[in-house]
Design a protein around this ligand. Structure first.
Ligand SMILES: N[C@@H]1[C@@H](O)[C@H](O)[C@@H](COP(=O)(O)O)O[C@@H]1O
Length: 260
């Protein structure tokens, strides 16, 4: 796992956008794993800018979202289906039908997870998975105690996550209780995983994920077993990392040829 601490969120976005751009230019039909939440927003802004200004095309790419609420329609402005289109994919040239998300409105919610995993497999698997992290260490919506090999399935949100996400809804009682999320096993199959976090509220979760034991109690810690994972944080989100000086030293001295 590569741990990178950068002072400027703009540089975090630039570094991750470089990795996405390299993949898409090398293999136009790349499969992107997208996350919602505030953490990746600057990355999306940067990719939209590159699409507009330097011809970066997603015309042959595929995209799969990590997760979705159950209990609000796709047309709701806070469904992740709507959010990812509004924040990112409507502003690039990826065909709308190739932007996939778990269907929280499915008549067969229990079967939706397996169908979603199959559609990821059919597209060739996720090449680069972008991730944020919840204050309780969740990735996607895999809350603490999620099985480390779980597949896409229904989860019940913790009250902490509902409170964290209440800012997007009129009141706490409007925040859905159930979600569909890619499992930790599903996420682990991505060829590359990049987790970004900013702000002091994420510091404990980041430290547990990177330096704590691999444990279902901190779902993001499963990335310690990933074959190609990077965790990129700002100073505040990295402030509880014991080996912060080492990560900075490593990054400052990394070989010129080394890319994310
Ligand atoms: N399901 C999403 C996660 O994918 C995201 O990582 C997390 C953190 O969000 P933010 O980046 O806004 O802090 O929020 C939600 O729970």
């Amino acid at each position: 796992m590569e741990v990178i601490i950068l002072s400027d969120p703009g540089r975090i976005a630039g570094l991750v956008a470089d990795a996405v751009e390299r993949r898409v230019r090398a293999t136009p039909s790349s499969v992107l794993g997208l996350a919602t939440g505030s953490s990746p927003l600057k990355i999306y802004e940067e990719l939209i800018r590159r699409h507009r200004q330097s011809g970066l095309s997603f015309a042959d790419a595929h995209a799969f979202l990590l997760d979705e609420y159950i209990g609000i329609p796709r047309s709701h402005d806070q469904s992740y289906y709507s959010v990812i289109r509004r924040e990112f994919t409507n502003h690039i040239d990826i065909p709308a039908e190739r932007v996939h998300s778990p269907n929280g409105e499915s008549d067969d919610i229990a079967g939706e997870g397996a169908r979603y995993d199959e559609s990821i497999r059919a597209a060739g698997g996720i090449d680069i998975q972008l991730l944020g992290i919840g204050t309780d260490g969740h990735i996607g919506f895999n809350e603490p105690a999620s099985s480390l090999r779980s597949r896409t399935r229904v989860k019940t949100l913790t009250e902490q996550t509902r409170e964290d996400n209440a800012r997007f809804f009129p009141s706490m009682s409007d925040v859905p209780r159930h979600v569909l999320t890619q499992g930790l096993g599903t996420i682990s199959e991505s060829r590359q995983a990049v987790l970004v976090a900013t702000g002091a509220a994420k510091a404990e979760a980041v430290a547990a994920a990177v330096e704590g034991p691999v444990s279902a109690i901190c779902p993001a810690s499963v990335l310690q077993l990933h074959e190609h994972a990077a965790v990129i944080v700002d100073e505040a989100a990295g402030s509880a990392l014991e080996l912060a000086d080492y990560y900075k030293h490593t990054y400052a001295n990394r070989p010129k040829w080394q890319e994310l």
